[in-house]
Every structure is written in C-alpha cells, then in structure tokens.
Design a protein around this ligand. Sequence first.
Ligand code: NAP
Ligand code: NAG
Ligand code: NAG
Length: 305
Amino acid sequence: MSRQRITLVGIGNMGAALGHALLKAGTPITVWNRTTDRPQVTGLVDAGAGLEADVNAALAGNDGVVVICLLDYDTMYKALSASAPSLRGKTIVNLTTGTPQQGRDAEAWFKEKGASLYFDGGIMGTPSMVATPHMVIMYSGESEQTFTDKGVPELLGPFGRAVYEGADPGAASMVDLAALSAMYGLFSGAFVGMALLKRQRRAAGEEQVVPRATPGVNKAMIPLVGSLVPYLSQMAEILDEERWEDSLGNPLGMQLTALRTILRACDEEGVDGTALAGLAANMQKGVEERGGDGGIPIAGKYLLK
Ligand SMILES: NC(=O)c1ccc[n+]([C@@H]2O[C@H](COP(=O)([O-])OP(=O)(O)OC[C@H]3O[C@@H](n4cnc5c(N)ncnc54)[C@H](OP(=O)(O)O)[C@@H]3O)[C@@H](O)[C@H]2O)c1
Ligand SMILES: *[C@@H]1O[C@H](CO)[C@@H](O)[C@H](O)[C@H]1NC(C)=O
Ligand SMILES: CC(=O)N[C@H]1CO[C@H](CO)[C@@H](O)[C@@H]1O
C-alpha cells in the first residue's frame, strides 16, 4: 500500500514539503509543474520525484491517488476542461485552502470529470510542520468508512496526523477557517494593543513617546492571552448550550465597560480601535437583551445571520 504511486499537483512551499514527506516514507511520486525552474520543483526531482510537463500525463501517472495543493487553478482547469480521461476512477485529495462551498463545487466538478472519490482537506500548519508530530490534516468528503477503506490515512500519513471531519466536502475547510479566524482575531486585537504600546510616554507631561511595543507585549500581553486560550472551550460550550447567564466569573457588563475604556484610550491616544468596535456593539446587544450579569459568549450569538 505504501508503495502506491501518488501524483502531486502544485509544488509551491507547501506542495514541496508534502512531496518530500512522501518520498522520505518511500512513496513514489509524480509531480506536475507550471514553473519548472522553481527550486522547490528541482529539489523534489533531485530527491527522486518523477516530473511530468503535461498535466494529463501527470494525472494519469499514479496508482489512483492525486493530491492537489495549488494557490490558483486557471492553468489546471484549462488543461483539464478540454479532456479529462486522466481523472477517470481517481481518488482526488484537494488540500488547497478554500471556502466550504468551493470544496463542494470542486467535488461536483471532479465527479463530473469521472473521478470516483473526492476528499477535501485542510492543512493545519506551515510547511515546516509537515511530517512532524505537530501537523494535523483535516479531511472531509465521501464517508469515514470509505476514507479508511481506501487507505488514505496510511497513504497520506507521512504528511501528519489525519483527522476525518465529516461527509460534507466543506467540513474540513470549515474547521480550518474557524481556527484561522480565531488566529486573525487575536492578531487584530493584538495590533490595537501594540499601537497603544507605541504611544507610551517617557514621563507624564512629556510628549515624546516610546515607540516600542515589544517590552509590553512580552511583559503583559503574552501572559494574559496565553492564560485565556483554554477558556475558548468553555465559551464554545456556553454558546452551544445557550447558557447566557454563565459569566465565568467575568460579567458581560463589566467587560463592556473595560472594552469601552480601551476604545476611549484609543481615541485619546490617536489609535484606530475599529478592529474592536464590532465586538463592543455585539456585547452591547447582549446587555440590552439580558442585562450585564451574564457572560460574554452571548456576543457570539449575534454573528449568526
Ligand atoms: N504555506 C502555508 O503555511 C500553508 C498552510 C496551510 C495551507 N496552505 C495552503 O496550501 C496551498 C499552497 O500554498 P503554498 O504555501 O504552497 O503556496 P505557494 O508556495 O505560493 O505555491 C503555490 C503553487 O500553486 C501554483 N500555481 C499558482 N497559480 C497557478 C495556476 N494558475 N496554474 C497552475 N499552478 C498555479 C504555483 O505554481 P508556480 O510555481 O508555477 O507559480 C505553486 O506550485 C494554499 O491553498 C495554501 O492556503 C499553506
Ligand atoms: C480545491 O479546493 C479549493 C478549495 O475548496 C477550490 O477552490 C478549488 O477549486 C479546488 N481545486 C480544484 C482543482 O477543483
Ligand atoms: C508546464 C511546464 O512548464 N512544464 C515543464 C516542466 O518541466 C519540464 C522539465 O524541465 C519541462 O520540459 C516542461 O516544459
């Protein structure tokens, strides 16, 4: 099973890392390149990958499994829409980051071209994490039974731990994007905080600011945020169970006052705090609906349109 040849389409930073992981595990691979002189491509060929210039030949040159990791599809769609006998009977594993709906559409497209199975995946990490114990790849589509019976977890195990998320081809993408959304939310609040730190003054009454955020980030931001991350799980449970009265010891009204103080400080110090304004508005809705004694998770319920 592990000797089965896999076709890998898309040799960017991520595709190259995936390719090396397979070769190291003893899995023969065929790669297709739009650009040949990329060091990622030559590096893989030097490590033993077969190279195909024609996308149809590349898609045909495997024992049934095609792994796709591209940023953009124009070239591939054009090459494939002419004729796609090379896709007949194949198992497609698409690891490109996209929306859940794009994943569902891609499934329909590949099935129409004759592919027999379509799995959509989400890579939960960076290229340097591939093939390390930290790497998790979410998969979705078809059924868990088919996923296991086809040997996908073992075949693609060299990438990292394979987790099956659900039968909807969009399921893996949904989990991936949700995690990334939390990450970007953290960054957006952190940048507001860093801007405030850049407004610190050397002394009261002095206009001169200390334009360095790093010390405050290390001293205050990281310890606070680090200790709060595990609470996300409890907040999710409160959202799921609609236990709006549960404040986790920090009532909504108090937190809204704190957030308004941050926004006021932003105004006073010349910092753009709009990244936090949407959250304040939803917390306000929660206070209007149920008073200030409950918990902050109610702010999350107003996001469901
Ligand atoms: N990097 C990460 O940390 C990370 C983490 C999780 C998921 N991902 C996902 O992995 C996927 C690939 O990311 P990457 O970091 O490997 O990007 P990348 O290094 O920029 O590589 C992109 C690949 O797509 C190819 N490509 C782009 N447009 C194309 C087109 N029109 N026709 C054919 N090939 C085309 C490029 O080929 P050329 O060499 O010919 O330009 C290259 O092989 C993305 O969906 C990304 O979201 C990345
Ligand atoms: C692969 O999945 C992404 C995201 O779901 C989608 O945008 C893309 O069209 C799919 N690729 C192909 C070749 O269908
Ligand atoms: C599509 C494309 O650019 N294919 C190239 C892949 O690499 C081989 C070998 O260098 C070239 O001959 C192809 O033209």
